[in-house]
Write a protein that binds this ligand. Structure first.
Ligand code: SAM
Ligand code: SF4
Length: 335
């Protein structure tokens, strides 16, 4: 994989080098914080970007300066032949690393090939280590398959992070056992504030489990937990428990404390560009890609959109035409 040397900046001087691409809005779980249990309207297949369209878009973005791609969704492995796309993307000049965020249910059989293709890392979503709580939170009985994915990632030495959404009355008892995974394993366990992206709106009048409260809770069990430097562009605040092999992260996704260094753009399952998680889509890339074979036109439209980026998630939310707060399911945005 080569480095193109091109660099892309937004109107606030932030470098944009990271694309999060939702390859589907479909999912085989129904996590409480992400989707309603029933009544989800999935996009018809023709509304999704094809693999050819995705490859073209990623080539164009790589030319502009994007070097990192994360495949997400919905559940990426629910998309038929996802590995065909992964094989195409690793060949694109300028794309240095490819990451995948997955719920782990269908992932284990693909791990040897992901390793062979040089996948940079996997984020595995896991909110509990208890099978029954897993069933309640995800509304599906797939805990064993997810743990198989966990074991296989360790076995194949693919760097991975655990993503845990912290939910009042659902998985507070899991915070310490999940954090304890860092004792023996060189992994990051990241606790995420619950956002209102569940297709319904906020679950609580006020968010109880803020990043500060999560940290207090961790500190009550691990009094020596210490703040360590964050890697550049990190959304998580990083911590380490003395003697542990891995690290802890806390992501203030609801409080939005990380916008100042945000280096990411999103493309949703229906091919909309989002320059912020909290905006409602600023460019219809699917229509554009289908209306022209001229990559220059696509580049110009992208540059225009990326030069009018909101300064932070609060401004992006305020700019929404509907004036409604952001509530759509994370499965369509790509978490
Ligand atoms: N299906 C894959 C998975 O679960 O890892 C990828 C898509 S999922 C939308 C990406 C990430 O978004 C997951 O780690 C999930 O925990 C997180 N997420 C979804 N809804 C959320 C919410 N309302 N608040 C905070 N994080 C959320
Ligand atoms: Fe599916 Fe991921 Fe949303 Fe859970 S968080 S419902 S696994 S898309």
């Amino acid at each position: 994989m080569q480095d193109h040397g091109a660099r892309l900046f937004d109107n606030h001087g932030r470098e944009l080098n990271y694309l999060r691409l939702a390859v589907t809005d479909r999912c085989n779980l129904r996590c409480f914080y992400c989707m309603p249990e029933e009544g989800i309207k999935y996009l018809p297949k023709k509304e999704l970007l094809t693999f050819e369209e995705i490859e073209r878009l990623v080539r164009i973005l790589a030319d502009l300066g994007v070097s990192k791609v994360r495949l997400t969704g919905g559940e990426p492995f629910v998309r038929t032949d996802l590995m065909v796309l992964v094989r195409q993307l690793v060949e694109i000049p300028g794309i240095r690393d490819i990451h995948i965020t997955t719920n782990g249910v269908l992932t284990a059989p693909h791990i040897p090939e992901l390793k062979a293709l040089g996948i940079a890392s996997v984020n595995l979503s896991l909110d509990t280590l208890d099978r029954e709580r897993f069933r309640i939170i995800t509304r599906r009985d797939s805990f064993d398959r997810v743990m198989k994915c966990f074991d296989s990632l360790l076995e194949h030495e693919i760097p991975f992070k655990i993503n845990t959404v912290v939910m009042q009355d659902r998985n507070i008892e899991d915070i310490i056992p999940l954090a304890s995974l860092t004792r023996d394993h060189p992994i990051d366990v990241r606790f995420i504030e619950e956002m209102p992206f569940n297709g319904e709106g906020t679950h609580y009048p006020e968010l109880t489990w803020t990043h500060a409260k999560i940290l207090d809770h961790l500190r009550s069990h691990f009094p020596d937990i210490t703040r360590i430097p964050d890697p550049p562009f990190a959304t998580a605040n990083h911590y380490h428990i003395p003697g542990h092999k891995g690290r802890i992260g806390i992501i203030a996704a609801f409080s939005r404390t990380f916008c100042g260094t945000c280096n990411r753009i999103r493309v949703t399952a229906q091919g909309m560009l989002r320059t912020c998680l909290y905006d409602e889509g600023t460019l219809n890339l699917k229509t554009l890609l289908r209306s022209t074979t001229d990559d220059g036109m696509v580049k110009n439209a992208l540059l225009k959109a990326l030069k009018s980026r909101a300064v932070d998630g609060f401004e992006a939310e305020a700019r929404r035409r509907s004036q409604q707060p952001a509530t759509e399911s994370m499965s369509t945005i790509g978490g």
